[in-house]
Ligand binder design. Structure first.
Ligand SMILES: *Cc1c(COP(=O)(O)O)cnc(C)c1O
Length: 448
């Protein structure tokens, strides 16, 4: 952040930067992608770490089932459906004029219980881990116990001696806020200017303290961090650097594998899997992609999706500067209706970790997000928030601009046996009137 950014020399080194600065939709392919077996040797996290997170969520399942009755049917696991969306695939082909070989599936994290977004994975996991640690350290719990006891008043009284804080554009605040408040913690959410009013109101209704800022996400995080540091009983959830958040997201992969098995959808040498993940600061898509690579290795191809106005991860990866550069420094405003993705500076930890595993990053315009939102509602009767539609244009970008990638990895012939998974990251908690307005915006701009 101290070093000076020389845009001219960056442009010379990276000719694609011009297109990014012009805020045109683009696909960037990652030349630092490595074969999985090589990439994993230098990763800061391992399969064992992800499995430990999975076991921890299993320990908490009896508590979750009790505290959130909507998770009873899944035995206390916070999981979402994986569904086929053939009608939407036709729409994409019609809108883009491109044939999309392979099957199109939607992972409905939009419908995750408790907080209705992908943040119900990482955010909730980190709160649970912190609560477990406190309870064990104080002799109130052992790993062998039935964790449903955590729903008792004595635990709420115990956790009320502690507080949790987080900076958020909205959805992380919802997850952390709802989970922490349920356990009995005092919780403060530092919200950036783009956070939606309904998210703040919902949190306040659950006795969460919401602090609002005029500035963007990075500053809300910074202010939250500083305030939390003053209080030794306060635990700050650090969206930019947290390994725990990342691992909570990564657990999604083994759950997805079971769902693919149930659909008789193979992933192997002859059946490639392409996954498209909306990216903000990077933890959510990074964790999920990392988990998927651990399970499927070179047979899964992960792409991040960002708004043309907030392509922070693309910029960090392309230049190799990671969190040492922000989109504002190259003249991009970081203003987007995709509030979950309105991040100007990426996580350095995620960028460096995911670099050898990630196939590429692409951008989509806000207009496109609304168009796809309306289209998905019309074709499949599924309602997602604008951020969550960023993944939907991935298959189009790949067939349109990714020929080089497909050739290089000998995928061209295998595409028709392949599967595309669009990660639908949020939306089921959006109030009706707000969703209606999104839909109308999509409808008003629909071309001929
Ligand atoms: C937070 C969020 C993302 C991206 O997650 P990051 O960890 O910020 O990269 C994507 N979609 C939605 C709806 C989100 O709320």
């Amino acid at each position: 952040m101290k070093e000076e950014i020389h845009i001219q020399s960056l442009k010379e080194a990276h000719p694609e930067l011009d297109m990014l600065i012009r805020m045109e939709e683009m696909l960037w392919l990652n030349l630092r992608l490595e074969a999985f077996q090589k990439a994993i040797t230098s990763a800061p996290l391992s399969k064992e770490n992800v499995e430990a997170a999975e076991e921890r969520l299993q320990r908490f399942a009896p508590y979750i089932a009790k505290a959130f009755p909507e998770t009873k049917t899944s035995n206390g696991l916070i999981e979402s459906p994986l569904v086929s969306i053939p009608a939407m695939k036709h729409s994409l082909e019609r809108l883009s004029g491109q044939q999309i070989p392979g099957e199109l599936l939607l992972k409905c994290d939009s419908h995750l219980p408790i907080s209705g977004s992908i943040k119900a994975r990482g955010g909730i996991y980190e709160v649970l881990k912190h609560a477990e640690q406190l309870a064990i350290q104080n002799g109130l719990l052992t790993e062998q116990d039935d964790y449903s006891v955590l729903d008792e008043e004595r635990f709420r009284a115990f956790f009320s001696n502690y507080s949790i804080a987080v900076g958020s554009t909205g959805n992380l605040g919802l997850s952390i806020g709802i989970m922490s408040a349920k356990l009995g913690f005092h919780v403060t959410v530092h919200m950036s200017a783009d956070a939606k009013v309904w998210k703040k109101e919902l949190l306040r209704s659950k006795k969460v303290t919401v602090v609002e800022y005029e500035s963007d996400y990075s500053e809300a995080v910074e202010k939250g961090r500083l305030q939390a540091e003053k209080d030794p009983a306060c635990y700050f959830i650090d969206d930019e650097n947290s390994h725990d958040l990342f691992l909570g997201y990564a657990v999604a992969a083994s759950r997805l594998k079971k769902q693919l098995d149930a659909l008789n959808t193979p992933v192997d040498e002859q059946h490639p899997l392409f996954v498209y993940l909306p990216c903000g600061v990077g933890g959510g898509p990074g964790g999920v992609a990392f988990g998927l690579k651990l399970l499927f290795g070179d047979h899964v191809h992960c792409f991040f999706a960002e708004p043309t106005h907030s392509p922070c991860m693309l910029l960090g990866l392309m230049t190799g500067l990671h969190d040492r550069i922000s989109v504002q420094e190259i003249g991009i405003d970081n203003l987007t209706a995709a509030d979950g993705l309105a991040v100007g500076r990426p996580s350095g930890f995620v960028g460096k970790t995911i670099e050898p595993f990630l196939s590429g990053v692409y951008t989509v315009s806000d207009e496109r997000l609304f168009e796809l939102l309306k289209e998905l509602a019309d074709t499949e009767d599924l309602y997602l928030e604008p951020s969550a539609l960023a993944g939907m244009y991935g298959p189009v970008h790949l067939v349109k601009a990714g020929r080089g990638y497909l050739l290089k990895h000998q995928l061209t012939e295998k595409m028709s046996n392949g599967t595309h998974i669009v990660w639908g990251t949020g939306g089921s908690m959006v109030p009706h009137d707000v969703m209606n307005a999104y839909y109308k915006q999509g409808a008003s701009q629909t071309r001929g």
